[in-house]
Design a binder for this molecule. Structure first.
Ligand code: ZN
Length: 213
C-alpha cells in the first residue's frame, strides 16, 4: 500500500479524487492465497485482483444514491492509461473512441482491435484488463526503496447490469486460456453508454525492474 501510494502521489492528481475508505490491498499478505478467487456481485462473477493495490476513489453521492450502485451494479475492470484515467476521474465519465481527453488528444481504438467498434470495454477479470494493449506500462522510481518499477493502472468499476453486451476476447488469444476463472468467450464486456460505469478504485500493480540502470 505504501509503495502504491508513493506512485499515486507522484502523479499529482487532486486529493479530492480519492476516498481512502475504499482502499484495499490484494497482495498475498493482505489477501491470503486460501481466500476466494472468484466473487459474486449482484449475480455476476468477478475475479479478485490478486497482486494489485486499490486506492479508493471518490464516488459522487448523488450517483451512489440514484443508482444504488453497491447493491445493484456489478463489478468490472477497465484497463487504461495514465492520461485516460485522469480524464475519466476528472470529467466524471468514461470515454468512447473519438472523445477528447483532458490533454486535448482524441481517444483512439487500440491497434489490432476491431475497427469502428466505438465502445467502452470492461472485463470481469483483471487478467484481461491488464493486458498491455489496454493497460499501458509506466516507469516509476521509488525514492523510498530506491528501486525502478514498471507500473500498470486499472480502474475497478461498478457497472449497470443490462447496459452492456458480452463477447469473446479480441486480443488474438484464440485457444490459449487467458483467465482460469472466466472463459475466453465471455471475457470482454462492451457498451456505448458512458454513464453506465463508475470507477471506485484505482488499482495499481508495481513490478520491480531487474538489472542495473
Ligand atoms: Zn498488501
Amino acid at each position: 500500500m505504501k509503495l502504491a501510494k508513493e506512485f499515486v502521489d507522484s502523479l499529482n492528481w487532486p486529493k479530492s479524487l480519492f476516498d481512502e475508505t475504499h482502499n484495499r490491498c490484494f497482495c498475498t499478505d493482505c489477501y491470503p492465497s486460501t481466500w476466494e478467487n472468484l466473487l459474486l456481485a449482484v449475480g455476476s462473477h468477478y475475479v479478485i485482483p490478486r497482486g494489485w493495490t486499490r486506492l479508493g476513489l471518490h464516488v459522487d453521492p448523488m450517483f451512489k444514491e440514484e443508482h444504488n450502485i453497491w447493491n445493484k451494479w456489478i463489478v468490472t475492470f477497465h484497463g487504461t492509461t495514465k492520461i485516460a484515467a485522469r480524464s475519466i476521474l476528472t470529467h466524471r465519465h468514461f470515454y468512447l473512441p473519438g472523445d477528447k481527453l483532458i490533454d486535448g488528444t482524441i481517444l483512439g481504438i487500440r491497434e489490432g482491435h476491431i475497427p469502428n467498434q466505438k465502445f467502452i470495454f470492461t472485463s470481469p477479470t483483471i487478467v484481461y484488463s491488464s493486458l498491455s494493449v489496454y493497460s499501458s506500462k509506466n516507469s516509476f522510481y521509488s525514492h523510498v526503496d530506491r528501486t525502478n518499477y514498471e507500473v500498470q493502472m486499472v480502474l475497478q468499476c461498478r457497472q449497470q447490469p443490462g447496459s452492456f453486451q458480452v463477447q469473446g476476447e479480441t486480443v488474438g488469444a484464440r485457444s490459449i486460456r487467458i483467465c482460469p476463472y472466466i472463459p475466453n468467450e465471455k471475457i470482454e464486456y462492451f457498451t456505448d453508454i458512458r454513464s453506465s460505469i463508475v470507477a471506485y478504485g484505482l488499482l495499481v500493480r508495481m513490478k520491480a525492474k531487474s538489472g542495473i540502470l
